[in-house]
Ligand binder design. Structure first.
Ligand code: FAD
Ligand code: NAP
Length: 360
């Protein structure tokens, strides 16, 4: 990690951070549109809490993992959602804990899901100290820690041997306790200027058009801006002749306009031809990127009819669905099509790979 810069200004309710990672000597190469996979490490304080609750020191050797228990808990296991296997193992060791038998019943999946919500491995170990797991037994019933993906926010043509990321740091309160996202806080609080294990996740489905003269429409609110910053860097280096249009949104213009100066500079230089912003909390009514799309329906339709590519990046749960809905309505209204014909038009955009998504 070579640089860290907070993108949201003081007073913002969000902590969105720009990270720069050097690839020098790694042999890794990437293309615009790819993501960086990161293997995070757990917070040492959380590892200490689990060790204390389990009555173990951390120096125990875990033969199956080829490391001592502290290292295994730090690098290889998730300390978050307890697994069914952990509960079953506790029940086996503590037959008096009959409340667990209902939870691990495969027929009662939803009971288990409700109960487990917000509970962590340490909560189970604290509740049943008499379980007395050995280090091997404990590791066997924990889930594997998974790597996290981050859309790359830089172009290798502009930044050879470097990768930039745009990360929303996850911190929240649940059941009266502060919680933190494993990987985003690993990046923000723990890596510092050291090295970290990473891989490139190739995203052939999210490349720029092969023909650099066709228009691109990019919808990227919040951290969804990341790959479009990479697109624009690359378009600037290559002098791409096609038109480009960015829809960006976040909470407040004064604190959350990520990469504002760079984006304005691209507008001034003619790298970015159109910019529409939606700051959702600057007024009483919510304004989102899809509202800006709808306001510019005729122009957006024109760009699509000129062979434009439509890109969306960011939140999958609500934003991408609403943007998709807005796209359908635009094709229907500005394109003068029936609901069915508009759906067929959008389907065709997907089939011909002119509608590309990178959502999470
Ligand atoms: C292809 C792809 C690209 C991505 N690109 C980016 C990117 O460019 N930038 C970016 O920031 N992220 C990106 N992500 C998301 C990223 O991979 C991680 O999921 C994200 O950083 C959270 O990981 P974490 O380890 O910090 O949190 P985790 O430890 O995984 O915790 C996250 C979980 O915490 C819970 N949670 C979070 N907030 C709350 C709350 N307020 N209340 C209750 N529960 C809550 C939810 O269950 C959530 O799933 C991308 C994901 C994919 C798949
Ligand atoms: N735990 C936290 O405190 C916290 C904070 C931020 C993000 N996150 C999570 O981190 C991830 C990345 O966050 P992010 O910065 O990329 O984005 P984000 O915070 O989810 O949202 C960015 C912008 O999109 C708006 N938005 C919300 N719903 C939308 C919709 N249906 N359609 C269009 N726009 C919508 C938001 O408005 P409003 O927020 O005003 O509705 C905000 O202006 C998300 O998955 C999010 O859930 C968690």
């Amino acid at each position: 990690m070579t640089a860290t810069r907070r993108l949201t200004a003081p007073g913002s309710g969000k902590e969105t951070v720009h990270f720069e990672v050097s690839l020098a000597g790694s042999g890794l190469v990437y293309e615009v549109g790819d993501s960086l996979g990161i293997f995070p490490a757990n917070d040492p304080a959380e590892v200490d809490a689990v060790l204390a609750a389990a009555g173990l020191s951390g120096n125990e050797v875990v033969e199956s993992a080829g490391a001592n228990l502290r290292d295994v808990l730090t690098r290889q296991m998730t300390l978050r959602e307890p697994s069914r296997q952990l509960l079953a193992a506790v029940l086996e060791k503590c037959p008096e804990a009959t409340e667990l038998s209902e939870l691990i019943d495969p027929e009662a999946k939803s009971v288990m899901e409700d109960w487990i919500d917000g509970r962590e491995v340490v909560d189970i170990l604290r509740a049943y100290p008499q379980a007395n797991f050995t280090a091997e037994e404990l590791v066997k019933v924990l889930r594997k820690l998974q790597p996290r993906l981050y859309s790359i926010a830089s172009s290798p043509k502009a930044h050879p041997e470097a990768i930039h990321l745009t990360v929303a740091i996850v911190r929240y309160e649940l059941h009266g306790r502060g919680r933190q996202g494993v990987c985003s806080t690993y990046l923000a609080d723990r890596v510092k200027d050291a090295s970290m294990p990473v891989f490139i996740h190739s995203a052939k489905h999210f490349r720029q058009p092969e023909d650099a003269s066709v228009p691109v429409i990019m919808v990227g609110p919040g951290t969804g801006i990341a790959p479009f910053r990479a697109f624009l860097q690359e378009r600037e280096v290559l002098g791409a002749p096609g038109k480009s249009w960015l829809f960006f949104g976040d909470r407040n213009r004064s604190t959350d306009f990520l990469y504002e100066e760079e984006i304005n500079a691209w507008c001034a230089k003619g790298v970015l031809h159109r910019l529409d912003t939606a700051f959702s909390r600057d007024q009483v009514e919510k304004v989102y990127v899809q509202h800006r799309m709808r306001e510019n329906a005729d122009e957006l339709w024109k760009w699509l009819e000129e062979g434009g590519y439509f890109y969306v990046c960011g939140d999958a749960s609500r934003m991408a669905k609403d943007v998709d809905e807005a796209l359908h309505r635009i094709v229907e209204q500005a394109g003068g099509k029936s609901k069915e014909d508009a759906a067929a038009y959008v389907e065709e955009l997907k089939k011909t790979k002119r509608y590309r998504k990178d959502v999470y």
